[in-house]
Ligand binder design. Structure first.
Ligand code: SF4
Ligand code: MG
Length: 324
């Protein structure tokens, strides 16, 4: 297994108390595989990814338990230097907002080239040629001319392609993309997502795709892990999820995807808000919003029940949900 997160716990110290952002998350992704991590904001999906990348703000963020195994080594036990070299050469991250991740006063060619100068010891000239090649790979038209331009001279979609090029530069084993298309128009979203999926297959990378939108991952993910209140509430192959969700929260997310055949109808939305992470409800954390909640849900925390060999659900009533 390329990456295995085991029983990860992360807390944030705030002025009002301790926020339990990640509460026992386990997931895995192999080379050539795409895992979509799905959830509303505050579900812990980004924080988990930041812990994997080793870019969690600490303090106030603190990993209080668990393991992050990358190629079999627990990253949490590595020295700072080793950790940094794994992050630089073997993992890369793509963020939602390319404009704030790119340097506004450097041409994109210089930024892409820098990767090769610093990490591969290339000359400026060779690095520039590599930059053009990468821009071609992510299908930026007229790469040879545009390599001299600055980030603000590109459209949002093109900037996101540049981010992908930066991430790919050193051919990492793992890429984590955090809401990579959220800021883009729907049609551009699909193009960027297709490109990412294509490159992932070609380079046989592990890809973790973080999103709040179940609609964008259907065609590209192998597995989906749904997060709620810092836990994984359902984990399954993508087709199983679309066929029939085994958790009411997943069902809610599915029902809130806009569908062509329902044009004009009001979109379903899960009622209520995600919990305050300083006061996570007892029992099943989803119970205040769950249409299927029973008494037991208010007192007993559901474990991740084994629905099948490849599927888990943290719902006491996963059978009922599956057949609803
Ligand atoms: Fe709903 Fe109960 Fe299942 Fe939680 S355990 S998702 S409250 S039915
Ligand atoms: Mg986020």
């Amino acid at each position: 297994m390329l990456l295995e997160v085991r029983d990860l716990h992360v807390e944030f110290r705030t002025r009002d108390g301790i926020a339990k952002a990640v509460n026992g998350v386990s997931y895995a992704v192999d080379a050539g595989e795409t895992l979509a991590v799905l959830g509303e904001s505050g579900s812990g999906k980004s924080v988990t990814a930041q812990a994997v990348m080793g870019i969690l703000d600490m303090p106030p963020g603190r990993i209080t338990g668990g393991e992050i195994l990358f190629k079999g080594r627990d990253l949490l036990t590595l020295k700072k230097e080793e950790r940094r070299s794994v992050r630089g050469a073997e993992m890369a991250m793509i963020f939602q907002d390319a404009l704030s991740s790119l340097n506004p006063v450097l041409s994109v060619g210089d930024q892409l080239g820098e990767m090769f100068v610093v990490h591969r010891g290339m000359s400026r000239k060779d690095a520039r040629a590599k930059a053009v090649e990468l821009m071609d790979r992510v299908r930026i038209p007229a790469a040879r001319e545009r390599v001299r331009q600055y980030p603000h001279q590109f459209s949002g979609g093109m900037r996101q392609r540049i981010m992908i090029a930066m991430a790919l530069a050193l051919e990492p084993a793992l890429i984590i993309a955090d809401e990579p298309t959220t800021a883009l128009d729907v049609t551009v979203q699909a193009q960027v997502m297709d490109l990412l999926a294509e490159l992932q297959r070609e380079y046989r990378m592990g890809l973790i795709l973080i999103t709040h939108d179940l609609g964008v991952v259907a065609d590209v993910a192998d597995r989906i892990a749904v997060m709620y209140a810092g836990r994984i509430v359902e984990s399954a192959p993508v087709h199983d999820i679309y066929k029939a969700p085994a958790h009411p929260y997943t069902r809610g997310l599915l029902d809130s995807i806009p569908r062509l055949d329902q044009k004009g109808q009001e979109l379903y939305a899960i009622k209520g808000l995600p919990p305050n992470l300083m006061r996570i409800p007892p029992g099943c954390p989803f119970h205040p919003r769950c249409p299927m909640a029973q008494d037991v849900c208010r007192t007993d925390v559901p474990p991740l029940y084994e629905v099948s060999a490849t599927r888990g659900s943290a719902c006491h009533f996963w059978r009922e949900c599956l057949h609803a």
